[in-house]
Design a protein around this ligand. Sequence first.
Ligand SMILES: [Ca+2]
Ligand SMILES: [Ca+2]
Ligand SMILES: [Ca+2]
Length: 622
Amino acid sequence: MYLGSYTTRVLYLLTLATVFICLLCSTSFVVHGEDESTGPEQNAFYTLISGSDTLISGSDTLISGYFLSDSELLCSNSSVLKQMERNLGIISKEEIENKEGREENVTVYVHLFPGTDVEVLASCSRVEEWDKDTRTAAVCVKPESIEELSSLNGVRSVQPAISPVIRKIDRGEKELFSPWGFWKQGGLTGAGIKIGIISDGVEDLSRAVELGALPDNVHVLSQGKGTEGTVILEVVHEVSPGAELYFHSAGSNKLEFNRAVDALVAEGCRIICDDVGWPDEPFFEDGVVASHIKKVIESQDILYVSAAGNDAGRHYQGVFFDNGSGWHDFSSGTSPSKNICADIPQGEKMTLVLQWNDSWNSSENDYDLYLYDRFSGEELAASEKVQSGTGTPLEYIKYTNREEDAQKVRVSIKKHCGQDRMLEVYIYANSSVKIQPDNLVEEDSVFGHPAVPEVICVGAVDSRNPENRGIASYSSRGPVSIYYPDYELRNKTDLSGPGNVKVSGTNGKNSFFAGTSASAPSVAGIGALVWSICPEKNSSEIREILCSSAEDLGEPGYDTIFGHGSVDSSTVYLLRDLYTGNSLSSEKTGISLSGAKGLFTLKIFIPLEKICSVAKLSSGEK
Ligand SMILES: [Ca+2]
Ligand SMILES: [Ca+2]
Ligand SMILES: [Ca+2]
């Protein structure tokens, strides 16, 4: 390289020094010299949309979980059910009161002792799915037969099926940052890569095709219910318009979900992306879904991308702290406010899921979960399943305020017997349900298959304001505490993406799509772009390229809030540049010798192999 003037030479040396420092400190290749501090977190309220409910709107910021299907627990005989509720914790009091007179089957998971044939369950239930590796069956059973099912020879435990959660957020505001312009640069399309999406459903797919938002050759293996899948496909298509798209619905139980993954792999999908959470998966170990996906990734050369979750602001985790009378003090003795409190407007619902760090099918420490009226002290709901050695460390409550007025409630946990354990609670509720921030815990709020190390777990950057690259307040955070088979603290999340994106909307108008449901498909799409230009690379190498090219946000280097950083224009710049130059060079904007501390952008042209080795170097330093 010819180094002419003094100025050029100084700039060149400055650039080299910066490159060196960047390689040491960061895996980001486009460096913005000015500190981009994160702004104030917005206030967040929580929205839950259930299959039969409508979206609550009008609030400043709406955050939602989406209960995918109505695997509601129904019954016909209230005395049997009241008994069951106390014995198994499967049916909530509220459900007993409201489902009387209706006779329908419920879905439960049955765990069998080794050597037991699944056929044994046929005497009182219908086996829907069977996973021989984990010895777990998903069965349909009449509520009054659950007791019989539990007492069958070879049955180790019977566990309620909690509806899956879709990681979508709905916002009231109109100004969103649309990143599409950046991502269309570089002429890359993701051609040759098959991407499979798993979400609730694609019921409005044909409308999206009519509007030109999606191509007419999306392969739908299972349509499902709902429309979230359509929007996710649209995001992937925007980012990687040449990729071939597949869709499979999540199904209504975890074993069905596993089959969806297998079906997409069988179709040749190299990238799979989902936005589905299973709150009845264990929080402290890999469950049926996590283990399955881990196995699939180990045996297939695929990139698995999953939404981190929108749970940072509706999560608690902490060791049991006795308040002196056997009840848990959520503040661990640090505050006069010792519970998690919420206000539930008339007609609104709340679902609470409690787990503790006992091994999944052999819990012998017995905790119970309660919802109380804060003023009257009345018990509104209770989950008191017995854990005595073969139980599951899980209690959950689905509650609806059927009073005429709003209810001020508190969540309480009692230790019935056993040792002090690590407790973890997720709260799913509509936006109009105000969860008070006291005692909520943001960190360690990733659970289930996104917590599997081999899965790319994607958080959401609050991309409404591109200058302020903060994390979205709802975006679930790591690390993840895993206790079985051995204790480990997993680094999650892995990557972030824009949490707010514009989509065409099948009503013909632009609409807004937000949440880790929106950021995950962005990462999947970028993954397809990378893979399409270097198809000879394996999935681990693609993952390393994605991580090493992400824009570092938050604390320098990897962190458990943004992961390695956000995929965005920098990733695409990198991609475009990868195959246009092989030598180290630089490009500067607005830099002068005296103003060297000002804003500058540095682009590095570097061979792909070098990026991979840098990524390895970086991960070795952690
Ligand atoms: Ca219990
Ligand atoms: Ca956790
Ligand atoms: Ca960082």
